[in-house]
Design a protein around this ligand. Sequence first.
Ligand SMILES: NC(=O)c1ccc[n+]([C@@H]2O[C@H](COP(=O)([O-])OP(=O)(O)OC[C@H]3O[C@@H](n4cnc5c(N)ncnc54)[C@H](OP(=O)(O)O)[C@@H]3O)[C@@H](O)[C@H]2O)c1
Length: 262
Amino acid sequence: MDLQLADQHVLVTGASRGIGLAVVRAFLAEGARVTATARRATPELTATGAAFVAADLSTPEGPRRMVEEVLSAGPRLDVLVNNAGGGILPDKLSDDPFDAGDEVWAAAFALNFEAAVRTTRAALPALVEARGAVVNISSDSARRPGSEPLAYASAKAALNTFSRGLAERVAASGVRVNSVTPSATRTSLVTGPDGYVAQVAAGLGIPHEALVSALPQQNGMLTDALIDPAEIARTVLLLASPAMPSVIGANWSVDAGATKAV
Ligand SMILES: NC(=O)c1ccc[n+]([C@@H]2O[C@H](COP(=O)([O-])OP(=O)(O)OC[C@H]3O[C@@H](n4cnc5c(N)ncnc54)[C@H](OP(=O)(O)O)[C@@H]3O)[C@@H](O)[C@H]2O)c1
């Protein structure tokens, strides 16, 4: 199948590792021109040959400055993938149903919600010009009431509402907005020694590997296995592809059945 992505100009946030890195590799394999952004490049990202712009997207000015730098190198933008995100934990785990104070909630929303809003706002004129596509990376946490941390799940739920609402507003300009909802995926966020799951395991006083092994079942995943980031990347490519002009405002789950709803 020709996804018609060759020579398309693509911007991927959170691209230095994990799902973002897999998305970069997948677009490059289709012949797209990719700009990757994160706070720091990694050797794995540099090896892909993608252009790189450093930015902290959780700051109010970070997204706009980053998009301006990308567009000053080349004004065309066909695809924006808002992938940067992740769980934010308090210094100490507790039974507090609010996870922690305002600073944790603000940090979770800044990275998982406001970064996507600000990046999309800055990129929209170029996307309209190209009649392009936006793909936002959400999480099954937004759809499972038992998800923790609640601040992260709430921020991803806000991202879902933003994505669907924006899809309505910009479709007439030729821009398609869609989302992907992964469940537990094999990235450093889950398997890394300093990742989110490792921090939770340390807080609970259990071995990191034990929590990683239990995660698919805990999430209700029917495969009992972590998802390969390349599978999320293939879904992003389909949603971004001009070969899918009628996919608008969709939120495609790649969650091994974790979301228990019809
Ligand atoms: N892995 C999972 O199980 C899972 C499940 C559902 C949803 N998701 C979502 O999928 C997306 C990618 O997750 P992942 O597992 O691939 O995470 P990851 O391996 O931790 O990678 C996160 C990426 O985001 C970048 N990033 C983090 N903070 C940033 C900031 N303040 N400004 C700019 N970039 C920043 C990181 O680079 P720097 O640190 O260099 O900035 C890195 O490139 C996230 O939105 C996450 O919520 C993941």
